[in-house]
Design a protein around this ligand. Structure first.
Ligand code: ACM
Length: 262
């Protein structure tokens, strides 16, 4: 399976420019699955719930989703990307998986970061896993990584590859996701953005260093801090089916759920 990520700096509120940039990059790429950053078509720091509502769209019928369905069919590829999802009076910080056959799946960010708590609704999708050419694909959105339960839930649900659209700001995030991959023995694709955004006198700087991690925790590829890149590497997702940390230790079956607090 040829997998990758597109690390770039989306421009806040410039949806058409960001869409065009992604379309051009994907048209120059041959891959089975590419992961894009969180909120990568609108930018991240929309200033209020009202402004967010203007940029949010229903899944799968919204304009960004429709453009990505067309792109995936045209290129025979699959994409996982972040977007603001409108569902009735709710708005979620979602990750969307569009498959090469045009199927659309969604995961809604469970753990809202900082001021996201003021403008988004917390997700209500308990870590679904989708089949892509027989491979279990799970998604998380950015700050979800800091809760080990998120990655563990995806592993228990059968994920072999975790797609992780992100706008990371905490410096240790990339290191933590090496551990998340190893503790669950899954592939982990972090698609982070670069650059910075300012809104209401607050500035966030995003840390780049998107990465692909093997189920052993080995770093297969890491991007630069400020580079625009779309690397693609070959992985064998069957490697994520082996959950033995040692010949006598199964990472999921050896858990002492009788001893852990709820
Ligand atoms: C984040 O969750 N965007 C840090």
């Amino acid at each position: 399976m040829r997998v990758g990520f597109y690390q770039f700096a989306p421009i806040l509120r410039e949806v058409e420019i960001n869409l065009g940039k992604v379309e051009t990059a994907i048209r120059h790429t041959r891959a089975d699955l590419v992961v894009l950053p969180e909120m990568c078509f609108t930018g991240y720091m929309l200033s209020s719930r009202d402004e967010l509502a203007k940029f949010a769209e229903p899944v799968p019928t919204g304009p960004i989703c429709c453009r990505m369905v067309d792109l995936c069919r045209e290129r025979n590829t699959s994409l996982a990307f972040g977007l603001a999802e409108q569902d009735a009076d709710r708005i979620y910080n979602s990750a969307v998986l569009v498959t090469n056959s045009g199927d659309v799946h969604v995961y809604r960010k469970s753990h809202l970061f900082l001021d996201e708590k003021d403008i988004f609704d917390p997700g209500d999708t308990p870590f679904p896993v989708f089949r892509l050419d027989g491979v279990g694909i799970g998604m998380l959105v950015c700050f979800d990584y800091i809760f080990p339960e998120s990655g563990r839930a995806l592993a228990l649900n059968g994920a072999q590859v975790v797609c992780h659209p992100s706008n990371l700001v905490l410096d240790y995030a990339q290191w933590m996701t090496l551990t998340r991959a190893a503790e669950n023995r899954v592939f982990w694709i972090v698609a982070n953005r670069t650059g910075s955004e300012t809104s209401a006198e607050k500035t966030l700087s995003f840390t780049g260093r998107s990465q692909v991690v093997a189920p052993t925790g080995k770093l297969l590829y890491r991007a630069g801090t400020d580079t625009e890149e779309l690397p693609v590497i070959d992985i064998d997702p069957r490697d994520a089916l082996d959950k033995m940390a040692t010949p006598r230790n199964h990472l999921l079956e050896d858990r002492r759920t009788d001893l852990y607090p709820r």
